[in-house]
Design a protein around this ligand. Sequence first.
Ligand SMILES: Nc1ncnc2c1ncn2[C@@H]1O[C@H](COP(=O)(O)OP(=O)(O)OP(=O)(O)O)[C@@H](O)[C@H]1O
Ligand SMILES: [Mg+2]
Length: 648
Amino acid sequence: MNQEPTRSQTTVWVIDDDETALLLADDALSHAGFQVQTYTDAPSALAAAQTKLPDIIVLDVIMPGMNGFEFCTALRCLPRGAVVPILVTTSLDDTAAIDQAYAAGATNFAIKPLNWAIEIYRLDYMLRSAKIALDLLEKEHETRLAKEDWERTFDSISDVVTVLGADLKILRANQVAQTVFNRAPKAIVGRLCHELFNPGGGACPDCPVPRVLATGQPAAAEIKSGPAGGLFEITVSPVASSQGQITHFVHVARDLSEKKELEAELRQAQKMEAIGTLAGGIAHDFNNLMMVVQGCAELLLAEAAAAGRNREDLDAILEAAKRGARLTKQLLIFGRKQSNFSQRRPLDLNSLLRKTLQMVEKGLSKSISHQFRLGTGLHLINADSIQLEQVVMNLAVNAAHAMPVAGTLTYQTQNIHVEAAASHSPPGLDSGDYVLLTVSDTGCGMDEATLAHIYEPFFTTRNVGDGSGLGLAVVFGIVREHKGHISCYSEVGVGTTFRIYLPAIRQPAGESQPTAAKPPAMARGSETILIADDEASIRGLLERFLTRQGYTVITAADGEVALRRYSEATPRPQAVILDLGMPNMSGWECVAQLRQLDPHVKVLLASGYGLADLESRAVQAGASGFVGKPYNLAQISSKLREILDAPQ
Ligand SMILES: Nc1ncnc2c1ncn2[C@@H]1O[C@H](COP(=O)(O)OP(=O)(O)OP(=O)(O)O)[C@@H](O)[C@H]1O
Ligand SMILES: [Mg+2]
């Protein structure tokens, strides 16, 4: 509370048209120590009050121009005019005048002639009362501000916060509680807590309150709440009286759904990463095996043809080896080690879709209707058209399997802008423009357990022999390689929707179709070739093949031996076929050292880890060419010829 002002700090206005009365008042009040200001008419006092108010007013009633009642009424309307105490003085002693004065806002009333020795006490008393009233008003104002502040804070908490009484009935609920439960405060306050979180079901299972009561300490639990549709982490903290009695509980419910979703996504990403590594590793080894089987079969076939022998069995071996190679190629794509590294170009997804689906439609049941909702002005994407065709085909074939009798398959494309920070954005995508491809079917749909595994290689629900379970694994791998995102929404008996986001580019359309590869030819030559590969079977195969094609072949099982053979050989080999992943010395190191020996050396680098940028890295490292494994004999012979025939 403020210090009481002394009389010398207190301003008294005396308003009276009677000069004598004014003089007497001025004299008495000044002697008593007050600061006195006199006015002979009410309007000039009212004008002065607009700029500054006195601490107290002594007011005559009957005055020309404006009487005391009117002055009172007008003053009370001024800002802070309501709190100035007014002593109305008049010689009128009828009670009607007193009533009228109070009605106009007077604080006190005195009858003239005034005995100032007494009236000064009255003024002191009025000032003290006014001070107390003012202090109360200020306190009330502060309390209101504090309450508003507290409510704003309470309402800005993003968790559901309720205050419970000892009987577990809700006393207060914050704004979020009203939003989450979609109820007005009236429909929340007074309810038992579990009526909100577990309506019709009694206390929530694992409710923390009994533990709080037993220990006097805060306790937490996770509960599933039906109406709010979420998983909540509940923390209940006790509020105790000064005697230590629990009088309230603060009940905080944090929505865990989003966190759980993120955790699940992370787990899924980690799982796919691990499976990818595993599949990629196995596929890499398989790749080499398949190459050998395929190559040997090709050699035998050539010999069989020359000798006019039956080639049926060899054809079968070759066909099986090719299928094996296709399978491992898909695993390599999934495991991010695709051997036919991407041929990315600016591409219009709409035209790719039309072209692919012409092919696909023919192969699918006639009872499926295909609908296209292709967006106009679609951004280009930087993509490998063959891989994207594979994506579209795999999705379409899966959808067709899900609709054995009849159904609708809808393909939709649209431009979409992704804000990475937005909560609804697909996880893992940078902000920017994307093209969204949506493929929906009205098929059998999938349950949650199936959905959780669809991208895993070899996961299939189809009969043994019908599906390899690689379709979506490949789609997943391709989308990820294109820095995109795939999501799937499915409902049993309703259908399935796949959404694929692919980053847009802002380049003008180039030729969007890949140029058709020339049919491979078994090129021949007479040069000396050094083959460096740690896989004996591949080395042997290449040696037999190239010798048959007329070349002289030197072999080496690792980089160090390769260097030695290269420097010792006379004449020097005209080309080296070098495997990147050899023990002792890396392929890169070996290229560097070969170039030191001979700056004009021609190296054809080979690798099963055909990452997208490997070809350009090979050229940067000084190699003349790159070939991804598995290669067939026609490919390797034409590549070899290409670099041998190229100018130095
Ligand atoms: N559109 C869909 N509707 C319902 N289930 C689907 C759909 N797409 C995929 N699935 C489910 O996901 C599983 C995996 O699909 P994926 O394409 O990877 O393998 P697959 O079709 O079984 O075999 P593959 O594609 O190798 O021939 C399928 O067996 C099926 O259970
Ligand atoms: Mg499939």
